[in-house]
Design a binder for this molecule. Structure first.
Ligand code: ZN
Ligand code: ZN
Length: 404
């Protein structure tokens, strides 16, 4: 059994070493999107190997796992970071701006990767622990591509058994260096749907010869509004948005077909089941009413992110030790955004926390005019919080593995 290292020692050692800011900015300057993170994965693997970690590459595409064992302990922990960037242009002009048009680290996954590397460096050089640590660097968190699921399907947790998994995301809504988390359902599920309506085309002057798919589609769109307003429990947040409606190409033609598309977000899996069931009933009912063939295709993308209550209590305890009670918020509001770490939390108990990066005053000169929001072309990760995030991971690993 080992005791954890004092936080001040971890923070000091990581803050004093410029390499992690250099790594973060190097990754920022060379953003790669879903399943194309070849350069990023190579840099991650190179650093881990140099620090004595056993490295496995190519898991779920471009995923990397670094493994380090010490002592005779049989417990194991997974620490996860995402590596992918977004398909968008950066407007910042500072030295570490994106070198690639249409590619930008606007969600701070460059920072997450640097934080986990800093923790890996510290754990291999300074920290005593007893057991096995797996540092999981995943591809393709963005855009519904589910790099986490790809790694799990490639045997992540059978090849690298983890008793629990932990991750974090930077969060501009919180002051720099403060942490926010919530036990239980924390982030939303994301789902997409398409409704195809087929009728019978005819001359617009002869509607009696047609079966008009536009009228049927319009009734479906309006009836869907009743799912959130009439079927959902009011305290339970959920979104159902029809964001596309297509059909027809000429003023004098009643078309054969129309289709609707949109998204559904929920915090509870049961609510999602209810919404999908009601959508099926409404689509089938409207089809029967108007004589159209109407079908719903409903695709569940990312499930609700649910923090394990026990592991969240443990993470909160570690966080309070790491940055002090005043900088830890243990019951922040649920978020409607989604995150594919939810797949890992379905497979293993664990906890996902938010790490504040502040209001954007950290930005170097040459940043764009916009706010420092996630997915904004002016965004830049706040390097000042790398030690906070890394110290949390270090103490999490030490204390988790020291448990009986
Ligand atoms: Zn994002
Ligand atoms: Zn993100």
């Amino acid at each position: 059994m080992t005791t954890s290292t004092p936080t001040s020692a971890i923070l000091g050692a990581i803050a004093a070493d410029p390499r992690f800011v250099e790594i973060r900015r190097d990754i920022h300057a060379h953003p790669e999107i879903a399943f194309e993170e070849h350069r990023t994965a190579a840099r991650v693997a190179e650093e881990l190997r140099a620090w004595g970690w056993t490295v496995t590459t190519g898991i779920g595409g471009t995923g990397v796992v670094g493994t380090l064992s010490k002592g005779a302990g049989t417990r194991s922990i997974g620490l996860r970071a995402d590596m992918d960037a977004l398909a968008m242009d950066e407007v910042n002009t500072f030295a570490h701006r994106s070198r690639h048009a249409g590619r930008m680290h606007a969600c701070g996954h460059d920072g997450h990767t640097a934080i986990l590397l800093a923790a890996a460096w510290y754990l291999s050089h300074h920290a005593e622990f007893d057991g096995t640590i797996h540092c999981i660097f995943q591809p393709a968190e963005e855009g519904g591509q589910a790099g986490a699921r790809a790694m799990i399907e490639d045997g992540l947790f059978t090849r690298f058994p983890c008793d629990a998994v932990f991750g974090l995301h930077n969060w501009p809504d919180l002051p720099a260096g403060e942490f926010g988390v919530r036990a239980g359902p924390f982030m939303g599920s994301s789902n997409r749907f398409r409704i195809d309506v087929t009728g019978k085309g005819a001359h617009a002057s002869q509607p009696e010869l047609s079966i008009d798919p536009l009228v049927c589609a319009s009734h479906i769109l309006l009836a869907l509004q009743s799912v959130i307003s009439r079927n959902r429990e009011p305290q339970d947040a959920a979104v159902l948005s029809v964001t596309q409606i297509h059909g027809g190409a000429a003023v004098n033609v009643i078309p054969e077909q129309a289709w609707l598309g949109g998204t559904v977000r929920t915090h509870e899996a049961g609510t999602l089941d209810m919404i999908e069931r009601r959508m099926n009933e409404i689509v089938a009912g409207a089809g029967a009413t108007f004589g159209c063939e109407a079908t719903l295709t409903f695709e569940r993308c990312y499930p609700c992110l649910v923090n394990d209550p026990g592991q969240t209590a443990f993470a909160l305890d570690v966080l309070r030790d790491t940055v002090g009670e005043a900088r830890v918020h243990g019951n922040i509001a649920r978020l409607m955004g989604s995150e594919d770490f939810s797949f890992m939390l379905e497979a293993r108990p664990g906890c996902y926390v938010m790490l504040g990066i502040g209001d954007g005053t950290h930005r170097a000169s040459g940043h764009g005019a916009g706010p420092c929001l996630l997915h904004n072309p002016s965004y830049d990760f706040n390097d000042a919080v790398i030690p906070d995030g890394a110290a949390y991971f270090v103490q999490l690993a030490q204390r988790f593995l020291a448990q009986p």
